[in-house]
Design a protein around this ligand. Structure first.
Ligand code: DCT
Ligand code: MG
Length: 398
């Protein structure tokens, strides 16, 4: 089907020569590095493929970022996520901290961690966090679909340390999402493969085309960025005819239910109101209709078979699927927003605000100087409005 072949084309491995437009500084001794090659502090001005040459550092930074997030230290958390994002964009592996001195977003703390890793092959600070009982428990609890940091913290404070503790605690009322999260934990905590994502896409594609011949379906999220595995599969569904998208998700859910494929569904109706734009809330979820699903995926539909746990002989698995349904005139903004990565999105918005006096979100782009909304039918239009070089989806893995 066309929607996936398009995404596949975008997501295919990139020829080596175009993969990293920001080249390492091959500087002859005694000559200052050319400023044109300077790595930008904004992720939306860097090209970041799925090939990460600095995983030993970025994995460590992610542990620290999560630790600070659990402890409500958002500034420190962001500092480590920014540092990781810069290292991910490098087409070379860091072999000494001196090589990073011209890079943005690396501070004293991040450099100290890198030094530790370069010297000892590991970071003691990171290991301490990994063995920290509270951190481990919060990570375990938040790995359940429907359990956020606040709930995890609450359960930890009650003295609960394991899933069996939670499930045996009479005072705890799990909501519907959490119940499904526990029920399908084994499946949905296991990565979704590209072949499984494609099979899910075929199911959704069939359902939307039963509803309308004018349907538009696009793969977004990590798979559009060329990732081989994801925690879920994300799609945009809408119709070419403005307004017709209103009942689309409800109808899709209905079809999936009749097919016996729906294991869980949480539908959120649209609260989108164009007259209330621009929204100034940073990182706020968008207002379009969306649904968070768990689908039953049959092995026979997946090329090469399912991702299965050892000893699992079932011929199906559960997969997390997110659908968002914007009006078609908001399509480009939604596609850009839902393609991610989170750091890429965060910096697009920051760049718009700080460098262009514009407000960007998943709904629109507003020029504060001209006091007007800028229209876009493609992602390229939005990059053009922002005066940014176009970054392909597979280069947005910041
Ligand atoms: N997104 C966002 N803000 C949010 C949630 C999501 O901007 N609060 C965007 C960024 C990525 C996209 O939506 C899909 O979200 P995820 O599925 O969580 O991310 P992903 O990149 O697809 O990662 P994964 O491969 O693990 O699914
Ligand atoms: Mg995803």
């Amino acid at each position: 089907v066309s929607w996936f072949t398009d995404s596949m084309r975008e997501g295919r491995p990139v020829p080596v020569e175009t993969k990293h437009l920001i080249q390492p500084l091959a500087t002859p001794v005694g000559i200052d590095p050319a400023p044109v090659n300077k790595v930008s502090q904004y992720a939306c001005q860097r090209r970041t493929t799925t090939e990460n040459n600095n995983r030993i550092f970025t994995d460590a930074f992610e542990v620290l970022a999560e630790h600070y997030e659990f402890n409500d230290l958002q500034g420190r958390c962001l500092a480590f996520r920014r540092a990781a994002s810069v290292l991910k964009s490098l087409p070379w592996a860091v072999r000494c901290v001196e090589a990073t001195q011209d890079l943005p977003c690396l501070g004293e703390h991040t450099t100290a961690i890198m030094k530790e890793i370069l010297q000892h092959g590991r970071s003691f600070e990171v290991e301490k966090i990994l063995s920290d009982e509270r951190c481990r428990t919060l990570k375990l609890f938040t790995s359940v679909f429907g359990v956020g940091p606040k709930t995890a913290e609450k359960w930890h404070r009650r003295g609960l340390r394991s899933f069996s503790d939670v499930l045996a605690e009479p005072g705890i009322q799990l909501n519907r999402m959490q119940q499904s999260g526990f029920l399908h934990y084994g499946d949905i905590s296991r990565a979704v493969s590209r072949a499984e994502a494609r099979a899910v896409g075929n199911i959704i594609d069939e359902a939307v085309h039963v509803i309308t011949p004018n349907a538009i379906l696009a793969l977004t999220g990590g798979f559009r960025r060329g990732k081989e595995f994801g925690h879920d599969v994300d799609f945009i569904v809408t119709t070419a005819e403005l307004g017709k998208e209103k009942s689309l998700l409800i109808n899709i859910i209905d079809i999936l239910k009749k097919q016996g494929l729906l294991l869980f569904s949480d539908y959120q109706a649209s609260t989108f109101d164009i007259s209330k734009l621009p929204s100034h809330r940073f990182e706020a979820m968008d207002h379009f209709a969306k649904c968070f699903l768990i689908l039953r995926l049959e092995a026979s539909l997946v090329e090469g078979g399912l991702q299965r746990a050892e000893g699992d002989s079932r011929d199906w698995r559960a997969v997390r699927v997110d659908l968002v349904s914007p009006p078609v005139d908001r399509y480009a903004y939604t596609l850009l927003g839902w393609t991610g990565s989170r750091m890429f999105e965060r910096d697009l918005r920051r760049f718009a605000r700080m460098e262009r006096q514009m407000l960007l979100d998943n709904h629109a782009l507003y020029d504060k100087t001209k006091k007007e909304f800028l229209t876009a039918t493609t992602e390229k239009d939005i990059f053009d409005h922002l005066g940014l070089e176009y970054i392909e989806p597979w280069q947005r893995n910041a």
